[in-house]
Design a protein around this ligand. Structure first.
Ligand code: DGP
Length: 211
């Protein structure tokens, strides 16, 4: 009997407007077309009770201390951990739009300590790969002005980008950087190639935790 092959856990990270939502969808469609069982997920997941607080915070309807909202973003990931684990072990590949690295990046950008910011997410399932869509926040402005959400400001996005760069250097064994300023199709092709490599390695890898 064939042992059940687990799914891959692939996370997309990057500042706002790098095209993560488009590229996660395109990768999902590519996987399905190639006969791979896959599912798209996105953090923050705004439908839960915690997700609704996050939503009202992001839309500026509610203010909360930086530490409190940070822990809520992390709790939002924790509340979905069991289902993520079950899906992966059942053989579904998960394509996840943002994860714990956004958690740290957006709070560090507010001036909080990097290690403090990483602590609540330790123990979450570690992604098999992080696809970092990188572009200069200034370039992204040409994609249209920022919206009304709390973090959509150029200065702030620059600070967030620095933290993603730091992760990309520190975690280079599973972080893969892509130039998000190239056109959609080229980017998709590069992402699909890398995803194929990641998927080939999965049978040898058990699920790990963030440390
Ligand atoms: P999105 O739904 O991907 O557009 O994310 C909404 C905003 O929330 C975006 O500006 C990025 C930010 N964000 C995502 N995850 C986290 C997190 O864990 N912590 C903080 N502070 N912000 C986050």
């Amino acid at each position: 009997m064939n042992p059940l092959r687990r799914g891959a856990f692939i996370v997309f990270e990057g500042v706002d407007r790098t095209g993560k939502t488009t590229q996660t969808r395109l990768l999902f469609e590519w996987l399905i077309k190639n006969g791979i069982k896959a599912k798209l997920i996105h953090f923050p997941e705004r439908s839960s009770a915690i997700g609704q607080v996050i939503n009202s915070y992001l839309s500026n309807a509610q203010d909360l201390p930086d530490e409190v909202i940070h822990l809520m973003f992390s709790a939002n990931r924790w509340e979905h951990m069991k289902s993520i684990q079950n899906e992966l072990l059942a053989g579904t590949t998960l394509i996840c739009d943002r994860y714990a690295y956004s958690g740290a990046a957006y709070t560090v950008a507010k001036g909080l300590d990097f290690n403090w910011c990483c602590a609540p997410d330790r123990g979450l399932i570690k992604p098999d790969a992080v696809f970092y869509l990188k572009a200069q926040p200034e370039e992204l402005i040409s994609r249209g002005s920022y919206g009304m959400e709390r973090y959509e400001k150029l200065d702030f996005q620059r600070k967030v980008a620095k933290v993603f760069d730091k992760f990309c250097t520190q975690e280079s064994s599973y972080w893969h950087e892509f130039d998000a300023s190239q056109n959609e199709e080229q980017l998709q092709k590069q992402i699909a190639e890398k995803a194929e490599e990641v998927l080939k390695l999965i049978p040898e890898q058990s699920l790990e935790k963030l440390t």
